[in-house]
Design a protein around this ligand. Structure first.
Ligand code: KMH
Ligand code: ZN
Length: 275
């Protein structure tokens, strides 16, 4: 059955500096304006990293709670907080993200080299995060940076049970230097591995940098969903910096429509994700 496309926007991330990427939304006002405009274009989920007054990544609990409340007031988007933060964030701060009570939170399924850094996700930390999300009714998006992360997810669900809402949704984050490449072949391999996960498991895919377009096309043709945004992509085409997150969402919506899988509304997205 062909379904519509869930479009997630990841507008900020923790890696790009505002000084180098001036179009990056880093203040609450910039984030809210971006969220509203991306929703109007067809995004249904927003994956949120926040910044402090100096535009540095932060997991400040009060700021996170204020951001969740403001997004709920201003939009109907599904609010997904990053529990990944920046590679330097301690586990305690990453767990405390859940206290802001988002609709969803990311849950990365293993450690991965991350350029020159290491994005550390110990098994016991993953188990803790998964359990706390179950207790709080927060729906996880399992972040898959490498194929082995899907085996870890199978093990997690087998030992500790399904997430809140009972639906399993994963996001293939492809093309990180140190993780799986952003190619059609790899996406097909990851898609095949979903057969070992609960029936009805859905996936989004995002390709970092120049892998964004091949990953988008491969995801659409295998029935997957899309995540786009300046967290992952700051160059629109060779020599052309991204002007805004809206530009990336509009391109994803265009591809989805060409594939005859138009964007899901926020209501349809909630149904899909078990929210
Ligand atoms: N910023 C990366 C270290 C997530 O949001 O959960 C982790 C990341 C994944 O972006
Ligand atoms: Zn993120």
């Amino acid at each position: 059955m062909t379904t519509g496309t869930l479009i997630t926007v990841a507008p900020t991330g923790a890696e790009s500096a505002k000084a180098e990427v001036p179009a990056l939304p880093v203040t609450l006002d910039e984030l809210l304006r971006t969220a509203k405009e991306c929703e109007a274009l067809g995004a249904a989920v927003i994956h949120v990293h926040i910044r402090d007054d100096a535009a540095r990544p932060t997991l400040d609990p009060a700021r996170l709670a204020e951001t969740v409340a403001a997004l709920r007031e201003t939009t109907d988007l599904i609010v997904q907080l990053s529990s990944g933060g920046a590679v330097t964030d301690p586990e305690s701060a990453r767990l405390a993200v859940l206290d802001a009570r988002p609709d969803m939170a990311s849950c990365t399924m293993g450690t991965v080299n991350f350029g020159e850094d290491v994005f550390l996700n110990r098994w016991e930390f993953i188990v803790d995060l998964h359990g706390r999300m179950q207790d709080r009714g927060i729906v996880p998006e399992y972040e898959i940076f490498d194929l082995g992360h899907l085996s870890a997810l199978q093990r997690l669900l087998g030992r500790y049970g399904l997430p809140a809402g009972g639906h399993v949704h994963v996001d293939f984050v492809m093309g990180v230097p140190g993780g799986m490449p952003g190619t059609t072949e790899t996406l097909v391999a990851a898609h095949r591995m979903l057969r070992d996960l609960p029936e009805g498991t859905t996936f989004s895919a995002t390709g970092i940098g120049r892998s964004t377009i091949p990953v988008m096309l491969a995801a659409l043709s295998t029935g997957g969903h899309l995540r786009v945004g300046m967290e992952d992509t700051v160059t629109y085409a060779k020599g052309r910096p991204v002007e805004s997150n809206m530009q990336l969402v509009a391109r994803a919506v265009g591809f989805a429509q060409l594939a005859q899988r138009p964007p899901l509304t926020t209501t349809e997205a909630r149904e899909l994700l078990g929210l």
